[in-house]
Write a protein that binds this ligand. Structure first.
Ligand SMILES: NC(=O)c1ccc[n+]([C@@H]2O[C@H](COP(=O)([O-])OP(=O)(O)OC[C@H]3O[C@@H](n4cnc5c(N)ncnc54)[C@H](OP(=O)(O)O)[C@@H]3O)[C@@H](O)[C@H]2O)c1
Length: 134
């Protein structure tokens, strides 16, 4: 089974490259190979790879900069996860999305950082039946 992994250069993604290897053929992409702000590129990569599992470990994690880069933060954490979610539905793949480690703030955000995390978690990802939030 092919596993499409985003965020391979991150803390989580780097661990997942080896952790997922026993499960399947891991196609691990960095930002140069797939920029999550490019929805057309996400669709193209998923449609070409036809993965059985999509693991999204890429994220905007610069908490301190999120207030000064709201568009970028929202594009990566709020809007982008909806694209692989829709593509997972389309190719009947399982979607695993890594989100923030503070779940209590997801749907009642107190900071802008948690507002855009909520956008992904509380909308498109919840409509994807074969999905897991970590
Ligand atoms: N680390 C933990 O213990 C932990 C615990 C719970 C949940 N999480 C969640 O897991 C996710 C990843 O966390 P992390 O600690 O691995 O973060 P990280 O080390 O900051 O890694 C973030 C990854 O996202 C990539 N990325 C950022 N913007 C991108 C874009 N526009 N297109 C494609 N890739 C992009 C980065 O690529 P570049 O290297 O090019 O910047 C990097 O590979 C986050 O959602 C985080 O909240 C992490």
């Amino acid at each position: 089974m092919r596993i499409l992994l985003t965020g391979r250069t991150g803390q989580v993604g780097a661990e997942l490259v080896s952790a997922l290897a026993p499960i399947g053929d891991v196609l691990a992409l960095d930002r140069n190979a797939l920029d999550l702000t490019d929805a057309a590129a996400i669709r193209r990569v998923v449609r070409e790879a036809r993965p059985g599992i999509i693991v999204n470990a890429a994220a905007y994690t610069a908490v301190d900069r999120a207030e000064s880069e709201p568009e970028l933060a929202m594009a990566i954490n709020g809007a982008a996860p909806g694209v692989p979610a829709a593509e997972a539905l389309r190719v009947n793949a399982l979607l695993v999305h890594y989100s923030t480690s503070s779940p209590n703030t997801h749907c009642n955000p107190v900071t802008f950082f948690h507002t855009h995390r909520r956008t992904a978690r509380c909308r498109p990802l919840q409509r994807t039946p074969r999905s897991a939030l970590r």
